[in-house]
Design a protein around this ligand. Structure first.
Ligand code: AMP
Ligand code: TRP
Length: 323
């Protein structure tokens, strides 16, 4: 299966990004029979749809690639590139704009969420069409993302169907590929883990062991005694399952049900499990240089550009734009 996914270079990668998406990227690339062809992208044109610090952007872009590589994506097995290096993405987005309605973009919940905090800009409104173009330009069939991106993949499927029926069969319908941890919750106990919230509510993949211990020790739980187990507690026990195995997590869940759980024992166990998993990630990340990233981007774009050009030519032909 042809796989495509992307991440914004927005400064920090947290456990939600890792468990919901990036860890899966490495698994999909490594599928034993080699039946997957995986493409991963740092989506800089998406990251500029809200205000951003322009001086920090070059380093953010490089760091996003380092995070992807540290998650286990191997540039010899997958292709990693920078979105703005292939201008055909934005050109296809324009063409897709002409078959996208205002109504369907207005229904995107991420737009509604983001405009609660940011200005209502055309680029932010149109963001999902660029995402559809990212996926469609490589005719990708599988899109490994977290749950918050599923609505955008559904829109992509709608655009694929519409394009195919208006202009002739061209694109496959892509499917979202979700993990067990498709929606990691915030340590504050409400809402999903998000980098736009306070740093105390998420574990960044680059957090030092002591920072992780501190954040977990102040993560919200219930009192351990009520009949109803709070969502925040379930989330922490699920997190433990991700790192220490389901069996270990089940033991703590049983204790919680029996109201015998001691958070003073559970929380340190969770913190150490996270620290263990992050150690190899952090080591790998520290071993990648900026120069290596630039070379990987150059090679990735060189490999993909002909494919993107070919799809764009086919699309323009089908739309009656080639004379
Ligand atoms: P972003 O940081 O918004 O570019 O997201 C990168 C990837 O991480 C996307 O596939 C998101 O769906 C996924 N993601 C972001 N936050 C979470 C979360 N709290 N739980 C699971 N997946 C997430
Ligand atoms: N919108 C995605 C996010 O915020 C990032 C993204 C851009 C993406 N283009 C994509 C994800 C194409 C999957 C496929 O997480």
């Amino acid at each position: 299966m042809k796989i495509f996914s992307g991440i914004q270079p927005s400064g920090v990668v947290h456990l939600g990004n890792y468990l919901g998406a990036m860890k899966n990227w490495a698994n999909l690339q490594n599928s034993p029979a080699g039946e997957n062809e995986a493409i991963f992208c740092v989506v800089d044109y998406h990251a500029i749809t809200v205000d951003y610090p322009k001086d920090e952007m070059p380093q953010r872009i490089i760091n996003a690639a380092k995070d992807i590589l540290a998650s286990g994506v191997d540039p010899n097995k997958s292709t990693l590139f920078l979105q703005s290096d292939i201008p055909e993405h934005t050109e296809l987005a324009w063409l897709l704009n002409t078959i996208t309605t205002m109504g369907e973009l207005s229904r995107m919940t991420q737009y509604k969420d983001k405009t609660a905090k940011h200005e209502e800009r055309a680029g932010l409104f149109d963001y999902p069409v660029l995402m559809a173009a990212d996926i469609m330009i490589y005719k990708a069939e599988g899109v490994p993302v977290g749950e918050d991106q599923v609505q955008h993949v559904e829109l992509t499927r709608d655009l694929v169907r519409r394009f195919n029926s208006k202009f002739g069969d061209t694109f496959p319908e892509p499917k979202p590929l979700l993990t067990e941890a498709k929606r990691v919750m915030s340590l504050s106990g409400s809402g999903k883990m998000s980098k736009s919230d306070s740093p105390s509510t998420y574990i960044a993949m680059t957090d030092e062991p002591d920072v992780i211990r501190k954040k977990i020790s102040s993560a919200v739980t219930d009192d351990g005694q009520s009949d109803d187990i709070s969502q925040s507690t379930i989330n922490l026990i699920n997190l433990y399952g991700e790192f220490a195995g389901q069996g270990e997590a089940d033991k703590f869940m049983e204790q919680r049900k029996a109201k015998t759980i001691k958070y003073s024992e559970f929380k340190p166990a969770l913190a150490e499990a996270i620290i263990n998993e992050l150690e190899p990630f952090q080591k790998r990340r520290a071993g990648v240089t900026d120069e290596e990233v630039k070379k990987i981007f150059t090679d990735g774009a060189a490999k993909l550009r002909p494919i993107a050009q070919e799809t764009l030519k086919e699309v323009k032909e089908k739309m009656g734009l080639i004379i």
